[in-house]
Design a protein around this ligand. Structure first.
Ligand SMILES: [Zn+2]
Length: 167
């Protein structure tokens, strides 16, 4: 007769295997499968639809802190640089030398810019980051060559033009 008994899942007492209600704790012992059929039979009492707004508001309220934490840019470290490592004279000499090459064909202004670029670059070579200063010196020497060639060609052209006009 032991096979016809089972343990109550709620209180653990040994009850009859065919029992649908525990006699010790009073809980109903129903299988989950027939509940669907009973649920169709009990369709006269429709369950009220749960309002989704409170859950959506709770989820929406929990998301903003995560988005703010993800949107914090760690780019503030780029602004923290030591200003003493910048060679202002070297940069100025490099830029002026480059302008001297580009504007070297202008008779007086180009020469003045080229001369300033040579001076700034020469002084900037003795400063700590001398990369641009050396580049400025190289550009100054290159600019001198270009200025001499262009100016010489310009003067020669003017002389030829004047000579042709006099012809
Ligand atoms: Zn029980």
């Amino acid at each position: 007769m032991e096979e016809l008994t089972k343990h109550c899942p709620f209180c653990g007492q040994v009850i009859n295997a065919a029992a649908i209600k525990c006699k010790y704790c009073g809980k109903w012992l129903e299988d989950p499968q027939p509940e669907n059929q009973q649920g169709q039979a009990q369709s006269q009492t429709p369950p009220p639809p749960p309002p989704p707004q409170p859950e959506y508001q709770q989820q929406y309220a929990q998301q903003p802190p995560q988005q703010q934490y993800a949107q914090q840019p760690p780019q503030q470290q780029y602004y923290v640089e030591e200003p003493r490592k910048t060679n202002g004279l070297g940069i100025a000499g490099f830029i002026l030398s480059l302008l001297g090459i580009l504007l070297g064909w202008i008779p007086l202004l180009g020469w003045l810019i080229w001369l300033l670029g040579l001076i700034f670059s020469f002084i900037g070579v003795f400063r700590v980051p001398r990369g641009l200063a050396i580049a400025g010196l190289v550009l100054s020497l290159l600019g001198l060559l270009i200025i001499v060639l262009i100016t010489g060609g310009f003067i020669a052209g003017v002389k030829e033009g004047l000579a042709n006009m006099h012809m």
